[in-house]
Design a protein around this ligand. Structure first.
Ligand code: CP3
Length: 354
């Protein structure tokens, strides 16, 4: 049974949560908070359960995924859980030779740069990621009214890892392909859109209450290039899950100039990094969309008073918005003090209780 087949009156339990209300731009009891990369990273209980198990291996063990996903919910009382996985999991699942190197990120053995290489990107099937379905089943039972956010990497960000062969500062091979062979580029992004769409559908069918598309590195592009060479593939992903009716969040870093287009691509919620204040972001995105963000994750290394003041700034800029989900402007940094995150959640809740 898919999410939208549920008879009325039997909506998934998190439907009335502050997080999903904010995504739908409905009135909320308090501003909901969650953190990108809240699962894993600095939590001692995470490091303990991960000991001896490689990152990608961890993503394929439903009980372990369940435990890691729940850890930040228990500790920080965040308003949503994010499914513990990685953006390269579906690429590994279709048989690509790639690994996640600690402290580095995803590394691809043979980069994808030619038409012949494209044949290695076969379709993803639900059976390829059976462990996702199983883990989400376990998770939604444990989470009760707390919503679970599913996620995937957007076609551009996935393409960057595949074409570069690993993390990249300048994305030079990626841009060389995008400008030099627009047809091959379009076909590559379209393939990735198919894979990403299926990965999101599997998560929604299993019970995810919202999905976030991470286009982390797309801020490397100018708006005209984004519109021409990336937006069609991202739109295809958003359209493919539109009929489920779950909120779709669209996030990237350094995307101040792209915020309007990222909303236009089909998102219900636009994620904003710390470089653009939320009131200005709202003007760029236009009406009809909620915003998510946008405390600089580095602020958490400062004094409690400074964190409090910067949090207030974010909340003040968000005061006139129809829907606001408090988050960091990018993921939790690896050496962040977990207690600073717990305090931040409590502080946002206290300051926004209505
Ligand atoms: O948000 C969460 O807490 C859920 C889990 C999650 C992970 N990766 C776990 C992970 C999510 C949502 C991601 C998304 C992801 N992965 C993105 C988009 C988010 C962003 O930060 O922009 C990107 C670009 C990746 C690719 C990737 N995987 C990177 C850059 C890294 C970090 C490398 C490092 O060690 O600094 C990874 C590895 C990774 N993904 C880890 C975790 C917990 C670390 C694994 C390890 O150390 O073994």
């Amino acid at each position: 049974m898919s999410v939208n087949d549920r008879p009325t009156g039997q909506q998934p339990k998190p439907y009335e949560s502050a997080f999903l209300k904010a995504c739908r731009r409905e009135p909320v009891p308090h501003t909901p908070v969650w953190f990108m990369r809240q699962a894993g990273r600095s939590l001692p209980e995470y490091l303990k359960v991960r000991e001896g198990t490689a990152m990608l291996e961890s993503c394929m063990r439903p009980e372990l995924v369940t435990e890691i996903t729940l850890q930040p919910v228990r500790r920080h009382h965040v308003d949503a859980a994010i499914y513990f996985s990685d953006i390269v999991v579906p690429l590994k699942a279709i048989g690509l030779d790639l690994d996640i190197k600690p402290g580095v990120g995803p590394v691809v053995a043979e980069p994808i740069r030619t038409r012949a290489d494209l044949a290695r990107l076969r379709d993803l099937t639900p059976e390829d990621v059976w462990y996702v379905t199983e883990a989400i089943g376990l998770l939604t039972a444990e989470l009760g009214t707390t919503p679970l956010i599913g996620f995937a990497g957007a076609p551009f960000t996935l393409a960057s890892y595949l074409v570069e062969g690993g993390p990249s500062r300048n994305h030079e091979h990626t841009k060389a392909l995008m400008y030099g062979d627009p047809q091959l580029w379009a076909d590559l992004l379209d393939r990735l859109a198919e894979i990403t769409s299926m990965f999101l559908k599997v998560q929604i069918e299993a019970g995810a209450s919202a999905v976030q598309l991470f286009d982390s590195w797309v801020g490397a592009l100018a708006p005209a290039d984004y519109r021409r060479s990336v937006m069609p593939a991202s739109t295809k992903v958003f359209d493919s899950v539109a009929s489920y009716g779950v909120p779709r969040i669209h996030f990237g870093v350094g995307t101040g100039e792209l915020l309007g287009l990222m909303g236009e691509a089909g998102a219900d919620v636009v994620g904003v990094d710390w470089r653009v204040p939320l009131d200005e972001a709202a003007r760029r995105v236009g009406p009809g969309k909620a915003l998510q963000g946008n405390l600089d994750p580095a602020v958490l290394f400062s004094t409690p008073e400074a964190v409090e003041a910067k949090t207030r700034e974010v909340l003040d800029a968000a005061a006139g918005l129809e829907g606001h989900i408090f988050n960091l402007g990018h993921g939790v940094l690896p050496t962040t003090d977990p207690d600073a995150l717990t305090r931040l959640v409590a502080s946002v809740h206290e300051q926004t209780v209505r």
